[in-house]
Write a protein that binds this ligand. Structure first.
Ligand code: SF4
Length: 124
């Protein structure tokens, strides 16, 4: 039986509880040190399939700014974050852009859209 104990710092809220997650044969068996259910859920996922929200920018033309901030609508698997950034590096959009507008749908087939994080108006 393979047993691994991971030290995890919860990042769900600013308290930053530290704890341990024990994984035996790929299954989480015990969690200690996390003081709420959100932290327990985060820690269990963090050792098996860690994910993060992704924020970056894409090029925009015709607007008052050269770059549009974009954000994933859901967390992305950590091992695919750089693939998403590479995809978004090649994306260019035209103003006007409305906050919340989908910039890339279903990025890399991960089921995660990237949306505009602000408005950008057309500049004459
Ligand atoms: S375990 Fe709960 S209280 Fe502790 S850092 Fe995580 S979310 Fe905050």
């Amino acid at each position: 039986m393979a047993r691994v104990v991971h030290a995890i710092q919860c990042i769900v809220c600013p308290i930053g509880c530290g704890g341990e997650v024990t994984v035996e044969d790929g299954t989480v068996t015990t969690l200690t040190g996390f003081t709420c259910n959100k932290g327990l859920a985060y820690a269990a996922k963090e050792v098996v399939s860690p994910k993060r929200m992704v924020t970056t920018t894409v090029r925009v033309s015709g607007g008052g700014l050269p770059l549009l901030p974009v954000v994933s609508v859901a967390p992305v698997p950590k091992d695919r974050i750089f693939d998403c950034l590479n995809l978004l590096r090649g994306v260019s959009v035209m103003a006007p852009i409305a906050e919340g507008e989908i910039v890339v749908a279903d990025a890399l087939g991960l089921g995660v859209d990237f949306r505009a994080a602000r408005d950008i108006s057309v500049v004459q």
